[in-house]
Design a protein around this ligand. Structure first.
Ligand code: ZN
Length: 207
């Protein structure tokens, strides 16, 4: 049985969407009274929702300011990109070597990205989903769990990368090429391609 999401889960997920789409900018104070009224839920529930955001790295609590949306500075984005390169690069290598790899799920993820780019809608989400599919194709449950634990921060990093990165028209081709390496079992080139893809955001910043 699938249980109904609690009020705090609904509030946390709505806040997460607004943070990840930039509607609530990083560093914004999260005022309990405002958001409990906005969502029509108790202070207790809204605090629990803030705590959920904090658990995934999207919000912070300080004794002076109270709750606020996490700020991702250049050093944070570097750290996230490096962790992403390590996890997703390694996962791509494992996926390339795997005999019972779920190829159709990977092709579907690429198709969805293509559709999002064509419609110019939800591109970052589709990009993120493509990378999740690659990590899942590694078949390593612990690697998948590690990747999932920083999923929100990765989503934030992907959004930043796509804001400053190559034109959207090139995204499809880049990802198609990366996937081809995996599907053709080219482990080392696949690992390198996914690492470079994750780290590209840093090179753009420093150049
Ligand atoms: Zn990508």
């Amino acid at each position: 049985m699938i249980s109904k999401p609690t009020l705090e889960e609904v509030a946390a997920s709505e806040l997460r969407n607004r943070i990840l789409t930039g509607q609530i900018p990083s560093g914004t104070r999260l005022v309990e009274s405002f958001w409990s009224e906005e969502f029509g839920i108790s202070r207790h529930s809204i605090r629990a929702a803030f705590q959920r955001l904090s658990d995934t790295g999207l919000a912070n609590r300080s004794s002076y300011v109270g709750w606020s949306v996490a700020e991702f500075h250049e050093a944070d984005l570097r750290e996230i990109a490096e962790v992403r390169a390590a996890l997703e690069g390694f996962a791509a290598g494992l996926a390339a070597k795997r005999k019972d790899r779920p190829d159709s799920a990977l092709k579907t993820a690429l198709e969805h990205l293509g559709q999002a780019i064509a419609a110019n809608q939800d591109i970052d989400e589709a990009d993120h989903a493509f990378h999740i599919a690659i990590v899942e194709a590694s078949g390593n449950s612990r690697l998948i769990a590690q990747h999932r634990s920083i999923s929100d921060q990765l989503a934030f990093a992907i959004r930043t990368a796509n804001l400053t990165g190559d034109p959207k028209s090139q995204l499809q081709q880049q990802h198609a090429h990366m996937l081809e390496l995996v599907l053709n079992g080219k482990a080392a080139p696949a690992e390198r391609a996914f690492r470079e893809h994750a780290l590209a955001v840093l090179e753009r910043k420093s150049s």
